[in-house]
Design a protein around this ligand. Structure first.
Ligand SMILES: Nc1nc2c(c(=O)[nH]1)N[C@H]1C(S)=C(S)[C@@H](COP(=O)(O)OP(=O)(O)OC[C@H]3O[C@@H](n4cnc5c(=O)[nH]c(N)nc54)[C@H](O)[C@@H]3O)O[C@H]1N2
Ligand SMILES: Nc1nc2c(c(=O)[nH]1)N[C@H]1C(S)=C(S)[C@@H](COP(=O)(O)OP(=O)(O)OC[C@H]3O[C@@H](n4cnc5c(=O)[nH]c(N)nc54)[C@H](O)[C@@H]3O)O[C@H]1N2
Ligand code: SF4
Ligand SMILES: [Mo]
Length: 763
């Protein structure tokens, strides 16, 4: 398959070594790993300058993840984690992809490399162009590049034939300008990485609580009784969350972890900021671990809800917060009726757990008043993901555990500004109020028809209904499902354009013509006509704050993201009355426009300059649910999984290793799962391996099954692991070819990257 189109990572093994799964995370090994990445990619002296500014109030925001910085205390020199250090090392790398590089290497030969090898080529230094039929990118001037894009866009029959993708690193300022450009051009085709990530959270939370974001602040972790962490691997993906969990435990909170894998970081960790504790046995975090089957969460939560109802009936007022339910909520009767239609005997097998374990969890929820529930991709990337999240909300509402200190919803976001991008209007389904404000402020007629999300955009390109693709960051081909189908879709385009920092596979699987527009990274100085600029971002808890790089840009030929958008808009929109060139001379002018159009940004320029930034309004946090369709917090009725596996079938989830940032592969190790130097592995239950006659490290081929279609990925090594029966795990993006494009979540249309039905064949 890999040879067919070079769209997938090659089927090439790199020499696996298995080690014992460590008992604890972080500690000195993490520091060692971070420093060695910094040393190899960046060099020691520049590395120190880089780390000194990471996550400091005067410095730049870590591009690693959206976990918030502490409001008050910040450790000098060390307000970051191993994976934050790796993320900046990757961006500040010494390696350069110059015009000479492109003259030397053909696109067709580069596409045969793995994502790891492609990423390690480094930062792109000049704008480059691939004309139709050519196999080498060539340097092009910025002016000429903008002209090509403008010509292609303006030659389309309809603005809806263009797709404008966004990944979640883009700053508020760039995102605001970008959506304004796209809407003045005439379309809402603004798919983003959120479509593949927390879209299900947005849908479920908007409907039930009237805001598509979480309700808790970091300080809530200091005041809670119980934290439930579901479908999330913070030791790798949000490492400093472990510090918050550790602090919460010291203050007496308990932690339940719900996950098919015993993820090391959540079980036990060593605080990297406290060297005195590095050499002990670490701190146990999880009090109760429920090793649920993949996609067994709704069934599990339903049993918990049933046990809560049972206890409340036995002992009235011992579980429910009746005042809250009466005053603030709607629809409890429907929930209780629905719960009656399910028996525990029916639900239990879907969870893979014993009733005793679930009773322990229910008892902790029953006896504690203030509960925080955190979740990430293990909850959002299933067919019934919206159900998952609404069921989480049902539990919190029955307890009145929302809108008060120490309690609430905590969807932990991925990309460092994915939440801010949405606030700025990067969304294919914009609200009318928002479009009204844009129209008023910028005197144009905004398109009202909903645009295409990621999955629909791929379909449209495949059907040749969309002909130009522009990506503001990200790596579309490697991040999206159904790699071969998506490759055909991109190849159908007349033009593909990527605004990027580093080389990635999306530059190599291209339209008839292609452009790469290289931009400044977070860590670099951004100087415009009025002098040095800063940008702003919003973290997972709704804090907007500034971010200012301090390094010399890796090349003199880079533009900032806002400058690229401003100049592109100027080249494309002949009738626009917006002063695009003026806006990019000083980002304060962009922030003034944001303040004029988006609620919550009053005195933006003044408040963003305050150390630590400011909180955006959050109705759920303020115990106000008026924005929902009933004007109250809504209980909901939800469905467990309807998937029934055949005897030889397995459920597969795709997860991240400890050494990658989505499609950017830092290294080939997954230290916390004991796998070194290999990414083509499939984690399996040892009993399942035995029943298939598989031994450790046997080579297998995988086939996914959906609507009578089959997709294949060849050459994976079987690794016995602690995972429930009939459940398996592979790494993203190697296994994306198996994710069917049309297998998506109800209501959010998120690809089901965590529920893929496969069969496994020994070579
Ligand atoms: N270092 C690093 N940091 C990152 C990223 C990165 O790639 N590298 N990516 C960023 C992004 S964009 C995001 S969205 C986040 C992702 O953060 P995570 O969601 O933590 O990432 P995944 O690796 O997808 O892990 C999903 C977790 O859910 C569990 N899981 C899978 N299926 C189920 C299920 O059905 N039920 C339950 N209860 N659990 C399940 C898996 O075992 C795994 O622990 O991290 C962000 N931060
Ligand atoms: N099978 C499977 N697929 C998944 C997932 C999964 O769990 N399983 N997770 C999904 C999730 S949660 C997400 S968020 C998506 C991620 O999808 P994307 O956001 O599209 O992918 P990334 O790998 O984060 O993008 C990396 C690229 O962004 C560019 N870049 C980095 N920094 C900057 C910057 O500052 N500016 C600009 N302009 N470019 C920059 C670099 O060129 C780099 O190669 O993938 C999704 N796909
Ligand atoms: S937790 Fe996330 S944001 Fe914080 S330093 Fe680590 S990677 Fe960066
Ligand atoms: Mo994400």
């Amino acid at each position: 398959m890999a040879d067919k189109s070079n769209a997938q990572p090659p089927e090439k093994l790199t020499g696996i070594e298995l080690t014992e799964v460590p008992k604890t995370s972080v500690g000195p090994k993490a520091i060692g790993s971070a420093l060695s990445h910094i040393k190899n990619e960046v060099g020691v002296i520049k590395g120190i300058r880089l780390l000194k500014n990471l996550n400091q109030k005067y410095g730049f925001d870590c591009p690693g993840c959206a976990w918030p910085d502490p409001d008050e205390k910040r450790a000098f020199l060390a307000e970051y984690c191993e994976n934050g250090a790796k993320a900046v090392a990757e961006e500040a790398t010494k390696n350069k992809v110059s015009p000479l590089f492109f003259a030397t290497y053909a696109v067709s030969s580069l596409s045969k490399l793995s994502d790891y090898e492609i990423g390690k080529k480094g930062r792109i230094t000049h704008p480059v162009y691939l004309p139709e039929g050519a196999d080498h990118y060539k340097e092009i001037s910025w002016e000429a590049a903008f002209k090509i894009i403008a010509q292609e866009l303006n030659a389309l029959h309809s603005p809806d034939e263009a797709i404008f993708y966004t990944s979640g690193r883009t700053s508020n300022e760039a995102a605001f300008l970008y959506q304004l450009f796209v809407r003045q051009f005439g379309t809402n085709n603004l798919p983003d990485c959120s479509n593949m990530c927390h879209e299900s959270s947005g849908v479920a939370l908007s409907e039930t609580l009237g805001i598509g974001k979480g309700s808790v602040t970091l300080d809530d972790f200091n005041h809670t009784d119980l934290i439930i962490v579901m479908g999330q691997n913070p030791g790798t993906n949000h490492p400093r969350m472990l510090t918050a969990l550790g602090e919460a435990k010291k203050k007496g909170s308990q932690i339940i972890t719900i996950n098919p894998l015993p993820e090391v970081g959540l079980m036990n960790y060593k605080d990297p900021q406290n060297p005195l504790k590095w050499f002990g046995s670490g701190q146990d975090l999880t009090d109760l671990f429920l090793q649920v089957k993949i996609n067994g969460d709704v069934a599990l939560l339903k049993i918990i809800l049933k046990l809560m109802v049972e206890q409340e009936q036995k002992e009235p007022n011992s579980v429910f917060d009746h005042d809250f339910i009466n005053e603030k909520t709607y629809g409890i009767e429907d929930l209780l009726d629905d719960l009656n239609t399910y028996s525990i005997a029916y639900l239990l097998p879907q969870t893979g757990l014993s009733l005793k374990e679930i009773e322990q969890a229910a008892n902790l929820i029953i006896k504690n008043e203030k509960v925080i529930i955190c979740w990430a991709m293990g909850i959002t990337q299933h067919k019934n993901s919206v159900d998952n999240i609404r069921e989480i909300v049902n539990i919190l509402l029955l307890k009145g555990s929302i809108g008060k200190k120490g309690a609430g919803t905590c969807p932990v976001r991925g990309h460092s500004n994915v939440q801010g991008d949405r606030t700025m209007g990067i969304w294919e389904k914009p609200k009318h109020d928002f479009l009204d404000s844009l129209e008023k402020e910028f005197s144009f007629k905004a398109p009202r028809k909903h645009g295409l999300d990621v999955v629909n955009a791929i379909e449209a390109m495949h059907q040749k209904k969309a002909k130009v693709f522009l990506g503001m960051g990200g790596n579309f081909i490697s991040a999206t499902p159904d790699t071969e189908f998506t490759a055909e879709a991109l190849r159908n385009c007349n033009l593909t354009v990527h605004i990027s920092t580093k080389l990635n596979r999306s530059h190599l699987i291209h339209g008839k013509k292609a452009l790469i527009l290289p931009c400044l990274g977070r860590s670099e100085k951004d100087i415009q006509a009025s002098g040095e600029q800063f940008v702003s971002v919003e973290n997972s808890m709704g804090v907007v704050h500034k971010s200012q790089g301090n390094l010399k840009p890796c090349s003199e030929d880079l533009l900032s993201e806002p400058a690229i958008v401003g100049r592109l808009a100027q080249a494309t929109l002949k009738k626009s009355t917006t002063n695009w060139s003026g806006l990019i001379t000083n980002y304060d002018f962009i922030r003034d426009k944001i303040e004029a159009t988006i609620p919550g940004f009053k005195n933006y320029n003044q408040r963003v300059r305050i150390d630590g930034g400011f909180y955006l309004p959050n109705n759920a946090r303020e115990n106000n649910f008026k924005p929902t369709h009933t004007g109250k917090a809504n209980f909901s009725v939800n469905s467990p999984s309807d998937i029934v596996l055949e005897k030889n079938q397995f459920m597969m989830m795709t997860v991240r290793t400890h050494d990658q940032y989505n499609t950017t592969i830092y290294g080939l190790n997954d230290r916390y799962r004991g796998v070194l130097n290999e990414r083509r592995v499939i984690f399996m239950n040892p009993k399942d391996m035995k029943s298939l006659g598989l031994k450790k490290l046997d080579l297998v081929d995988l086939t996914s099954h959906f609507n009578n279609q089959q997709r294949e990925a060849k050459g994976f090594l079987a690794v016995p692991y602690s995972i429930p029966a009939q459940c398996t795990a592979t790494y993203f993006p190697e296994a994306n070819v198996l994710v069917p494009l049309k297998s998506t979540a109800k209501w959010s249309n998120t690809p089901t990257s965590k529920t893929i039905i496969i069969t496994i064949k020994k070579r």
